[in-house]
Design a binder for this molecule. Structure first.
Ligand SMILES: [Zn+2]
Ligand SMILES: [Zn+2]
Ligand SMILES: [Zn+2]
Length: 160
């Protein structure tokens, strides 16, 4: 891959570089993209390929790649794709093929919440079973039944 082009410019707090084009300001990498590849389609964002391929860069405002304006490193992607590729929490999560307990995210086992995060159905049902078991034990198990400070029935072992 060709090296990054860090032509100096006015670096903003978020790490991107602003440049003046005639009488307006534009983001350097967006401008470089349009110069080389034509207009950015509506709904698309310009993604830094050099950043994506550098696994040591955690991104954010300290990411040096945001200042890169090498057109070969720039790719127009939809906003959703950009976030999916991202190294942030959401990006990592959406690339996972299994839940934290190792169940595969298949279409039938995956419940997509309104905020877009995925919930493992198998974990959901296991949690429900564990909850019922705790409830049953609290009601009929050995030992002495009592209510805790929140009013939930629990059991404590009787001293033998
Ligand atoms: Zn670059
Ligand atoms: Zn980076
Ligand atoms: Zn699971």
């Amino acid at each position: 891959m060709t090296p990054c082009d860090y032509t100096p410019g006015r670096r903003m707090k978020n790490g991107y570089v602003k440049i003046r084009i005639g009488d307006r300001w534009d983001l350097a990498h967006r401008f470089a993209y349009e110069e080389a590849h034509g207009p950015i389609p509506v709904g698309f964002e310009v993604d830094h390929v050099c950043h994506n391929s550098d696994s040591s860069c955690t991104g954010g405002s300290l990411c040096p790649h945001r200042a890169c304006r090498n057109p070969d490193h720039l790719e127009a992607v939809t906003g959703a794709e950009n976030r999916r590729r991202g190294k942030g929490f959401a990006g990592r999560r959406s690339r996972q093929t299994h839940c934290i307990h190792g169940h595969e995210f298949t279409p039938t086992n995956t419940h997509v919440r309104a905020n877009g995060t995925r919930q493992c159905r198998r974990c959901d049902s296991l949690r429900a079973v564990a909850y019922k078991k705790r409830r049953r034990l609290a009601e009929k198990g050995p030992g002495e039944r009592y209510r805790d400070e929140r009013g939930v029935f629990r059991r404590r072992e009787l001293p033998s």
